[in-house]
Design a protein around this ligand. Structure first.
Ligand SMILES: Cc1cc2nc3c(=O)[nH]c(=O)nc-3n(C[C@H](O)[C@H](O)[C@H](O)COP(=O)(O)OP(=O)(O)OC[C@H]3O[C@@H](n4cnc5c(N)ncnc54)[C@H](O)[C@@H]3O)c2cc1C
Length: 535
């Protein structure tokens, strides 16, 4: 009888096993996985880049930063381009954010994670999960041994579906539904280092440096699509397209030959470069209409869905591993609390509320987003608005309060954190509506062709990391201030001013340094007069 049985040794399942074992040496843990290890470094999977919460998950919760630093290239934030007839516009970072985010060959990372846990949990490799039923409170889990086609039953207290897009448990309980996004993807790996400096070279008025530009998560932006370019190592680059099927026919990208033509029509400069360099194309993959979500993810019946098994909106911000980090961290606390004899019913409700709040945020982020990307100023504003809630609200909570919310039964603390998550979400919804409005569309602001971002802003948004449990209340003044910061952004944008000036002038730093940011909430004039440093 296992305490926890995980289905699927992908990214979500392996990290959950590692995290559970790190926190408890006596839990009995098993993973049922339908194939074997090692994988090829370049596996058929997609998802090759962390965002900041995923990075902190690896560092703070799993303690694997040094391990990652030795093995994977560090990511220089996100970098956005809009390519015009004979020029381009660019927004991105010159410096690294304080956390270490990475790009990685997915097979290599899963092999590494497997090596880290293989002696610490029971693996049933080449075993396929078939079904389960509950008997006297225990889960009887039926699996097929693919080696000799025999079947067997494993018993477990908790059952976790980490089997990805197959959504085994969500389908069993009829919980999964399609999200209102018609986004599909094709991607391919290139045998060589695709270097943006070679096909979008710096111009004299462009303030970026060449040193690390190509190690960013590159986004080539178009209406209804974007192209990612991720350098996974010196010799391998991942290139992919996410496109809205309401605007582009799937058939036009259904094969590698067609995708080449599509790229030639839509992102000619990239396709010309790939042709010229004659990089070998290592693979070509397709995933259609991937946006789905389940009604909830953790049940009082002691089963849970993590990672793609639960849901995904869109990979624009590499949020998949953020979601996995949040779910695994919460689930670990729930499992350990129950093991310690605590009642966890209310915490399960809190866990479902937390993740569904996060998913509501993603819904606001992605609904009707791709069709609006014709305007560079919209692209720049949208990214900065999204980050203005992601860092100050979500990342602040995850880095400081996520474990504290679930480790003990403290409903007052948990509800207060959820209050701020929802308060921040409420302001964010208003910001998104504003960005989608005619008022914003017709405000005549152009922004800047080259928009440098300051990675140190992270410190302004998330001034503390890992606040200890006994001081957990210290997060509230930060969240209060950060909600005010969001209101400042809202009123600044509403006034029709250039939001890029707000950023260039270091207003985020200036506001968070103030003892009374409320004074600027709905007063952009005052804000400019008091706080703008020289650009
Ligand atoms: C186009 C695209 C791009 C993306 N890019 C990013 C990105 O850059 N960054 C990011 O954070 N996220 C990204 N994501 C999200 C990404 O998919 C997830 O973060 C990640 O791959 C989810 O991992 P997982 O462990 O949940 O699932 P998987 O990695 O799919 O793992 C599930 C495992 O379960 C096994 N399995 C399946 N069925 C069974 C069974 N019956 N029995 C036993 N085992 C089984 C499978 O073999 C598999 O290995 C992207 C998603 C898409 C669609």
């Amino acid at each position: 009888m296992y305490d926890v049985l995980i289905i699927g040794a992908g990214f979500a399942g392996l990290t959950l096993a590692y995290q559970l074992r790190k926190k408890s040496s006596d839990l009995r843990i098993a993973i049922v996985h339908d194939s074997s290890f090692p994988l090829d470094d370049i596996s058929d999977k997609v998802g090759e880049s962390f965002n900041e919460i995923g990075a902190v998950y690896f560092d703070q919760m799993l303690g694997l930063k040094e391990f990652m630093k030795e093995r994977y290239p560090r990511k220089l934030g996100m970098r956005f381009f809009k390519i015009n007839e004979s020029s381009y516009q660019e927004m991105g970072y010159n410096n690294f954010t304080p956390n270490h985010a990475f790009h990685f060959e997915r097979g290599k990372l899963e092999n590494d994670l497997f090596d880290l846990v293989k002696d610490k949990v029971d693996f049933y490799l080449n075993h396929k999960y078939l079904d389960f039923e509950t008997v006297d409170g225990e889960k009887h889990v039926h699996v097929l041994d693919r080696n000799d086609k025999s079947s067997r039953t494993l018993k477990a207290h908790w059952l976790v579906d980490a089997a990805g897009l197959k959504k085994l448990l969500a389908r069993k309980f009829d919980l999964t539904h399609r999200l209102p996004l018609n986004h599909s993807s094709v991607w391919f790996r290139v045998g060589g280092g695709v270097n943006v400096d070679d096909f979008l070279p710096l111009t004299s008025d462009n303030p970026f440096t060449t040193e690390n530009r190509s190690w960013s998560s590159i986004h080539l932006e178009g209406v209804g699509y974007w192209v990612w370019i991720l350098r996974l190592s010196e010799n391998v680059t991942s290139v992919g397209i996410i496109f809205d099927e309401n605007m582009y026919e799937f058939q036009d990208l259904a094969t590698w030959e067609k995708t080449k033509l599509w790229l030639r029509d839509n992102v000619r400069v990239l396709m010309d470069y790939l042709d010229e360099e004659q990089f070998p194309i290592m693979d070509f993959r397709i995933l259609r209409r991937f946006a789905t979500q389940s009604d909830y993810w953790v049940s009082d019946e002691r089963w849970a869905l993590v990672g793609d098994a639960y849901g995904i909106w869109d990979p624009y911000y590499s949020n998949g591993f953020d979601l996995i980090g949040m779910q695994n961290t919460i689930l670990t606390e729930l499992i350990l609390a129950e093991r310690a004899g605590q009642e966890i019913h209310q915490r399960i409700q809190g866990a479902n509320r937390f993740i569904s709040d996060v998913m509501r945020g993603f819904a606001a982020t992605f609904t009707d987003f791709y069709s609006r990307k014709d305007r560079w100023y919209y692209i720049c504003s949208k990214y900065n608005v999204d980050m203005a809630v992601y860092f100050p609200i979500l990342a602040t909570i995850v880095h400081n309060s996520l474990e504290s919310m679930f480790v003990d039964e403290d409903p007052v603390f948990r509800d207060r954190v959820l209050f701020y998550l929802e308060e921040g979400g409420g302001i964010y919804f208003q910001l998104i509506q504003l960005l989608a409005s005619d008022e914003f569309k017709n405000n005549g602001v152009d922004g800047y062709d080259y928009m440098p971002l300051n990675a140190d802003t992270y410190h302004a948004f998330v001034p503390e990391m890992d606040i200890p449990y006994h001081e957990k209340e210290r997060v509230f003044p930060i969240l209060e201030k950060n909600c005010n910061l969001l209101w400042c952004v809202f009123h600044y944008l509403k006034s029709g001013r250039n939001y890029m000036d707000f950023i260039k002038n270091g207003a985020y730093f200036a506001i968070t340094e103030q003892t009374d940011p409320e004074r600027y909430r709905d007063n952009p004039d005052q804000l400019e007069a008091d706080l703008f440093h020289s650009a």
